[in-house]
Design a protein around this ligand. Structure first.
Ligand code: ACO
Length: 384
């Protein structure tokens, strides 16, 4: 060990922060996460104001340009996206190989997104990646089911076309609204790990396709977007409201965590949970299994009561995962598509952050604190 101990200041007086907590690495106009008050503001709009009203294209325009589009500009963006939905041939070949090899859909998305060719123009690359993600995920899903991919329909909106390419059926208005509310809700969320990864890659002067491919890798992890619906698995295991307390108590008695509760930043209810709960309620009332929704409400109520009993003062509340799982399940998505669908929404934020990062022109390059030895003597191979 070196004589330096962790926590000792390194050059320039920088403090050691292993998870970068408390470090403000960038200024952004894109979103604000207020963990103490449970507020999320996206480009000036509280998430409750925006998510249930905007089309995904409007949110995208807002993140990319800072203002809502007028009708003409919205139409222009819709056309630009629709024109870029078809995949390059290489993407189709990669997807077939990925599916044949049993790759998870999120890995297939990373591989196929890597076949998109950078154009040399950031805005073009942003359009290409946002437009291509749903086509890739839907094609991957269809291939894994032994079915032919469905060609994108340029007449449908971004969200409607995603559902159409998954199922082969043009979705009703409520389903499109539910998906758009979800995509808008997760479109951006401060300096989360995948967004930070995208900004780091962008800051080197690399292209935007490379940045979003790197971000997919960061999103996949179970500490970020990779928990594929374990919250929903618990609801299914419980099965009926009367069993909620028993099953949850058993888990807590075993020292297990309840999935869908607790958050590193939010110490109150995650504001996204409310937005998605409302969307799920409407979807289930119109389209899906209303009993499952009522069961989930009972599971949530019981979980919050038991968490207060088992973990008093820890401020554990419902997070975004609980109702995400319920909403996406209600839309007919299998759990394997939960994380890729998160990427379909979050790519809006990733690309907007890359555009914003470009304006700063600043390379992101923090320091490390060396804690190894400093004066070792070389030992020849035959003496080791
Ligand atoms: N169920 C039971 N107990 C919990 C839970 C939970 N879901 N979450 C935290 N706790 C307990 C911890 O055991 C700890 O107890 P202790 O003080 O007796 O040791 C205390 O609450 C504080 O927990 P930390 O680990 O310090 O909380 P942290 O901020 O690191 O954790 C996290 C946040 C990882 C989200 C955690 O709450 C968790 O594991 N939740 C369940 C998994 C989950 O829902 N993940 C999705 C998060 S949403 C998102 O990130 C997109």
């Amino acid at each position: 060990r070196s004589e330096r101990e962790p926590g000792v200041e390194v050059s320039g007086g920088a403090a050691f922060a292993p998870g970068l907590e408390g470090v403000v690495a960038t200024r952004t106009r894109l979103s604000m996460v207020d963990g103490a008050a449970g507020r999320l503001v996206i480009a000036g709009f509280p998430v409750e104001e925006l998510a249930g009203r905007a089309s995904f294209e409007e949110t995208l325009y807002l993140l990319w340009n800072g203002v809502l589009p007028d009708a003409g500009r919205l139409e222009g963006l819709r056309g630009d996206l629709a024109a870029r939905r078809a995949l390059p041939e290489a993407a189709g070949e990669v997807l077939e190989a990925a599916v044949a090899g049993g790759a998870a859909p999120i890995d297939a998305l990373r591989m196929a997104a890597g076949t998109l060719a950078p154009s040399g123009n950031d805005r073009d690359d942003a359009l290409t990646s946002v437009a291509a993600f749903p086509t890739i995920v839907a094609a991957c899903w269809r291939l894994s089911q032994g079915r032919e991919p469905v060609e994108p329909d340029p007449g449908l909106s971004h969200a409607a076309n995603y559902l159409y390419m998954l199922s082969g059926e043009v979705p009703g208005e409520e389903r499109v609204r539910a998906l758009e509310t979800y995509l808008n809700t997760v479109s951006d969320h401060g300096m989360n790990a995948s967004t930070f990864a995208a900004r780091v890659i962008s800051s080197t002067g690399s292209d935007l396709i490379s940045a979003v491919v790197g971000a997919i890798g960061a999103l996949k992890g179970p500490l970020h977007g990779g928990a594929p619906g374990p919250a929903l698995d618990v609801v299914f295991e419980i099965g009926e409201p009367g069993r909620a307390e028993g099953v949850l108590r058993e888990r807590l008695d075993r020292g297990e965590r309840l999935m869908g509760f607790g958050h590193r930043v939010y110490k109150v209810r995650d504001p996204r949970a409310d937005v998605l709960a409302g969307a799920a309620e409407r979807l289930y009332a119109s389209d899906a299994d209303e009993e499952l929704y009522r069961l989930a409400l009972e599971v949530e109520r019981t979980a919050l009561r038991l968490l207060e009993e088992y973990k008093p003062g820890r401020n554990l509340d419902t997070n975004v995962e609980f109702y995400t799982a319920l909403l996406l399940h209600g839309l007919g998505l299998p759990t394997g598509l939960f994380t890729p669908t998160f990427a379909v929404g979050r790519v809006a934020g990733w690309t907007a952050h890359c555009l914003e990062q470009r304006e700063t022109g600043r390379l992101i390059r923090p320091q490390s604190e060396y804690v190894g030895p400093e004066a070792r003597k070389w030992v020849p191979l035959e003496e080791r």
